[in-house]
Design a protein around this ligand. Structure first.
Ligand code: NDP
Ligand code: A1CAB
Length: 277
């Protein structure tokens, strides 16, 4: 499906690089089928060209003209100016794939001003290692064939779930932002490990393998998360001592609030930018 298609990235930051890394590593398309462009950071384009063997250009309109699939990968606050800038170079046969938090498909369709298909997605940075948990949904003009094309594209960088658009904000707060919550906790575990006398390498090896083990276990068991952490706890043992501190600090409540706030922020992003159209 993706053979002979040119994929243009409008925006070449963290998320674009994570997807490009996954596509190239998993040979989904030839690296020369990928073009990346951005606003002004020539150094980043040089780095992407050198690292992944893709094409890059600072000529955004030309990059868009060549794209069969255009991945919109700028910050939500830049989407209006970014699309207006290249709108003349677009055509209705192209497929536009947004990774933008909060921005509804109708907003992008209106900015494009054509019947071009728009698919909204929410990947995460684990795409870089083929482990994103991506949600996708189609806009008014996108076809089922285009949806499956995007499913195939993101399957190469992790799992893909097709959802209704009204679930995208929830997925954004949960899984788009999700890796950051875990990295944030890892930072704290590293600090504790250092204070206990482990080297950075030792801490990293133990923490990383522990997280991988948790992910694999969650994937392979029907037990609930509560059953799984209770399985680790011996009465009056080390884990119970640790969990009691987390309970006293209301850690679950804090995590629940964090995800809920991220979800509402995704909604706000959509509202703010669609109102100021
Ligand atoms: N980071 C993440 O974990 C995730 C991010 N997302 C979404 O991905 C999008 C990008 O985020 P992220 O990669 O972190 O952001 P970055 O700031 O790393 O990258 C943004 C990119 O957009 C480019 N850009 C800015 N303005 C324009 C313009 N007018 N035309 C073309 N390109 C432009 C920037 O170019 P320059 O550097 O030259 O200014 C830069 O390459 C966001 O919408 C975010 O919601 C979704 C899921 C996860
Ligand atoms: O923080 C953000 O807004 C983006 C969207 C999901 C992850 N990063």
């Amino acid at each position: 499906m993706l053979q002979n298609k040119t994929i243009t990235f409008l925006g070449a930051g963290s998320m674009a690089e994570s997807i490009i890394g996954g596509l190239v590593r998993h040979n989904v398309v030839e690296s020369q089928q990928i073009i990346a462009t951005n606003l002004s950071d020539q150094g980043k384009l040089n780095y992407l060209e050198h690292t992944y063997g893709i094409q890059t250009t600072s000529d955004r309109s030309e990059a868009i003209r060549q794209g069969d699939i255009v991945i919109l990968a700028m910050k939500p606050k830049h989407v209006k100016e970014a699309i207006e800038d290249i709108q003349q170079a677009t055509n209705s046969h192209q497929l536009f794939v947004s990774v933008l938090a909060g921005i509804p498909t109708f907003y992008i369709e209106d900015l494009l001003g054509s019947k071009a298909g728009v698919i909204r997605t929410m990947p995460n940075t684990s795409a870089k290692v083929g482990a994103s948990a991506t949600a996708i949904t189609k806009g008014r003009h996108a076809t089922d064939i285009q949806l499956h094309e995007v499913e195939q594209l993101f399957s190469s960088v992790g799992t893909v779930t097709i959802v209704k658009e009204d679930k995208l904000d929830a997925v954004t707060g949960l899984a788009g932002s999700g890796p950051a919550y875990f990295y944030y906790l890892v930072e704290a575990m590293e600090q504790a490990a250092k204070e206990a006398g482990l080297t950075a390498d030792e801490a990293s090896a133990f923490i990383t393998q522990t997280i991988i083990g948790v992910g694999k276990r969650l994937q392979s068991t029907s037990k609930s998360s509560k059953e799984l952490y209770e399985e680790v706890m011996s009465p009056n043992g080390t884990t119970e001592a640790g969990i009691n501190v987390l309970k006293a600090q209301k850690t679950q409540e804090a995590m629940c609030k964090a995800v809920t706030r991220a979800i509402s922020r995704s909604k706000e992003l959509g509202e703010v930018f669609t109102k100021t159209k």
